[in-house]
Design a protein around this ligand. Structure first.
Ligand SMILES: Nc1ncnc2c1ncn2[C@@H]1O[C@H](COP(=O)(O)OP(=O)(O)OP(=O)(O)O)[C@@H](O)[C@H]1O
Ligand SMILES: [Mg+2]
Length: 265
């Protein structure tokens, strides 16, 4: 496979396309910036979006999350319905900007003929959802986990996590420019501060306590950093930024200097 076939994966964080503190809210300005920036991109794209204030509250109301299995079929149905409704808005915006998205539930990720889809110029899209696992039951699979699974199937050049904040914050609320896997150059990933309620943990501590510290159904920023760590260790470029500026998104998509956080492999 030639380098041009490598994927650019964009995660439209639920925190960026919705307001997580307000159930069933939608950020039209954010999706407009994102769709417009993506419509200019020439490479192979794979789009994943999160649940934000649509998926997470419904999952939480029925005790569904990424860390345990449930037999609550009604909770699964309603969470999936909320995600379909959110996805309809996301897809409408992308399609209106000329992006030919072809959506499928993440349960089908491993069986999708992505190469065939790309041959038709489609842009595959999937999203955080409830999956059913044989003999175990229902579980939430978040958008960040989907990207981790995709990395086992496809060669990925760059993953861009779009979220509400302009990157990963330090303990004073400033955006961290560079995170490194080893010491030297920026903050070492294990030392990244994770703010949770009134307490600040290191990423190393938060990883061990992921399930108890999770602010939502899928592990929040800790799980996102865990995926970033795995991807960066395989040589994938991992970027975090907000949807605030279309220009900044275009820069990140094209490998130019941008405002946000980079995890160095
Ligand atoms: N160092 C940090 N400690 C704690 N929280 C942080 C830190 N840096 C950023 N965040 C928060 O984490 C959020 C991103 O994670 P979160 O899981 O809430 O959003 P998301 O993944 O975009 O949404 P969804 O899970 O619905 O897709 C940011 O928008 C910001 O509020
Ligand atoms: Mg999240």
């Amino acid at each position: 496979m030639v380098a041009d076939d490598m994927l650019t994966v964009v995660k439209l964080g639920g925190s960026s396309i919705t307001f997580k503190e307000r159930s069933f809210s939608f950020d039209e300005a954010a999706i407009d910036n994102i769709s417009s920036a993506l419509s200019d991109f020439g490479g192979r794209l794979f789009i994943v979006h999160g649940g934000g204030s649509w998926g997470h509250p419904v999952a939480a109301a029925y005790g569904l999350n990424s860390f345990s299995y449930s037999k609550n079929a009604r909770g699964a149905s309603l969470t999936r319905l909320a995600m379909l409704e959110l996805s309809k808005k996301v897809q409408r915006s992308l399609i209106d900007h000329g992006i030919g998205v072809f959506f499928f539930p993440p349960q089908h990720l491993e069986s999708m003929d992505l190469e065939g889809l790309y041959q038709t110029r489609a842009v595959p899209l999937t999203y955080g959802d409830v999956i059913y696992e044989t003999g175990r039951g229902y579980r939430v699979i978040g958008g960040d986990e989907i990207i981790s699974r995709l990395a086992a199937l496809q060669r990925i050049k760059r993953v861009i996590f779009i979220m509400r904040t302009a990157g990963i914050m330090d303990a004073t609320g400033n955006i961290i420019d560079t995170i490194s896997l080893k010491t030297g150059g920026g903050i070492q990933i294990d030392n990244v501060p994770i703010m949770n309620g009134g307490t600040t943990y290191t990423f190393k501590q938060a990883k061990d306590e992921m399930q108890t510290l999770s602010p939502d159904a899928t592990g929040g920023i800790t799980y996102k950093l865990l995926v970033a760590e795995r991807l960066a260790s395989k040589g994938v470029e991992v970027l975090f930024l907000s949807s605030g500026s279309r220009d900044n998104l275009v820069k990140a998509l094209n490998g130019m200097k941008f405002q946000g956080t980079t995890v160095m492999g």
